[in-house]
Design a protein around this ligand. Sequence first.
Ligand code: URA
Length: 231
Amino acid sequence: MRIDRFISNATDLSRNDVKRLVKNGEVAIDGTPVNDPGQRLGEGQDVTIAGAPIATPQPRYYMLNKPAGVVCANRDRDHTTAVELIYEHRAEELQIAGRLDIDTTGLVLLTDDGQWNHRLTSPRNRCKKLYHVSLAEPLDDPQSAVERCAKGIFLHGEQRRCQPAALTVLDPCTVELAIVEGKYHQVKRMFAALGNAVVALHRHSVGEIVLDADLAPGEYRPLSAAEVAAI
Ligand code: URA
């Protein structure tokens, strides 16, 4: 990686700030002053600014309590995005690990660790997502709905059944649904296949990571080391 990029990733300094520091002879690699901001940094080399060491930036992981009306995207012309709610340096480099619809609320994970994102979202890993669902109509036959979800529901336009899903009926219009895939509008389409409609959808957990009850809608926090390791 170029030294100017490394430093701007690791600090609050812009590439122009770094250029100025390089010009002033304040940036060094392994003790040797750098004279080109485009100089490449090798694996394991130490970087200092005015003698102070610069630590290698670590991957970042956040949980956001997504409010309704926010889109899971990095940029959008018309709506606030999930990434815009993360007030951190270089937030625009974060990826959303498993998107929610604009009207869905709850747990959204964001990271700049591509491998971790892949582990979480790869269909092969069957990471469990738990949703709290409010339905338009009371379930007329809750037992049959539970059984159909467990068997795997056919979604409109799909050739294969969904993976088995666990449906827990809390009351006739409120259920919890655990799914291990992330098909487009999956929960809404599953209830459409059951002859019902979703009026509110909230993601409670992804794998072992549970939405922090202390986060108000729109708030976020970094994941703990244990949460990161759980994926
Ligand atoms: N399923 C949906 O239908 N919407 C979401 O936002 C998430 C899962």
